[in-house]
Design a protein around this ligand. Sequence first.
Ligand code: FES
Length: 137
Amino acid sequence: MSSAWEIDRRTVMVGAGVLAAAATVTACGGKDGSSAGAQAPVDGPPGALARTADVPVGGGVIAGDTVITQPTAGTFVGLSSTCTHAGCRVGNVSDGTVNCPCHGSRFGLDGSVRGGPATEPLPSKPVRVEGDSIVAG
Ligand code: FES
């Protein structure tokens, strides 16, 4: 059964997608070379989240529900992008921290808490390098 609610919900979802895309475009290219916001799907093997070249040393990128950081050259770390404070998705990686837009929590590139109100680190997520891509798993 179709209803006005279903149409409105679909409209809202499309609008949210447009806003997310706009946020991605405007948030990329931070002053320190870090990327911010969600990444577009990448070409590569199944499960590819990002290209290794897109993850700055000392920074990171957000690919959906995964934050990929590169604390030191050649070492890639996968973290959940869900903030441990109240469940918002973290918004960007800049100046060496993963930052939540909701209440200002900051996490280190290893997921450790650098600033509250969060008290728990971002959980690890398995990632591996496959060719020039970072792959989930
Ligand atoms: S949900 Fe991230 S700081 Fe509150």
